[in-house]
Write a protein that binds this ligand. Structure first.
Ligand code: FAD
Length: 191
């Protein structure tokens, strides 16, 4: 069974990180915000009101509202709140693609080692555990191509497309990866 199918089987009121203990030792299991999109998270919280909050509470420094699309669905957590799975994903891809876009065209052996470690550690520590598990499997089949900046950027684009396909999203044209993440679009719209 695929990792994301296992997540679906955890049921509507308990969305947990499958491997939380493996990653983080003895931290007790709790609903996993970074494994869940915000809409699902809000549903789960509705069912568990009061049961998962930390004992210490803090007042938000300013009142913030969740991002709501025109049809009224709540799509993303309010600004300044912990990330859900999708915000975490967008932020992480931004870091990864931007880092790859600025990786040298002729890296030293040391730089290649550092990048290998960076990707490997991310795949171990990424706090959506079933995402990390699938990412590790993908890395085992497709190890990082570290010989040059352009190869690394394309390799990463392909890894991102593997996730896009899994989620039923359109694939990104990897010929455009430097326009998206380094140079800006050719039409000048990025300034
Ligand atoms: C390592 C990793 C594994 C993940 N695994 C899962 C998972 O198993 N299940 C799950 O539900 N979510 C997973 N996610 C999160 C998921 O990939 C998305 O980040 C999340 O669904 C939000 O998607 P989005 O449509 O906002 O854009 P994202 O997919 O986050 O993309 C952000 C931006 O990157 C650009 N982009 C899109 N595709 C590419 C590409 N191939 N190359 C370069 N740029 C591109 C686009 O401009 C896009 O707007 C994972 C994230 C990461 C970092």
């Amino acid at each position: 069974m695929r990792a994301d199918q296992r997540r679906a089987n955890t049921g509507p009121t308990r969305v947990t990180c499958q491997n939380e203990e493996e990653h983080f030792g003895s931290i007790p299991r709790k609903p996993c915000r970074t494994c869940t999109d915000f809409k699902t998270w809000m549903k789960v919280q509705g069912g568990q009101k009061g049961s998962t909050k930390d004992q210490k509470t803090a007042t938000a420094p300013e009142k913030k509202t969740a991002m709501a699309p025109p049809d009224g669905r709540v799509a993303a957590p309010p600004a300044g709140c912990p990330l859900d799975k999708d915000e975490l994903g967008r932020s992480t891809w931004s870091l990864l693609h931007t880092t790859a876009a600025h990786y040298p065209e002729t890296p030293t052996v040391g730089q290649q080692d550092e990048m290998r470690q960076f990707v490997g550690l991310l795949a171990r520590l990424y706090p959506c555990s079933y995402c990390a598990e699938d990412f590790r499997k993908d890395l085992a089949e497709h190890p990082p191509q570290l010989e040059s900046g352009s190869r690394l950027a394309r390799w990463l684009c392909e890894r991102h497309n593997t996730v896009n396909r899994k989620l039923g999203k359109p694939e990104f044209d990897c010929d455009l990866v430097h326009q998206r993440w380094r140079d800006g679009w050719q039409d000048g719209s990025c300034g």
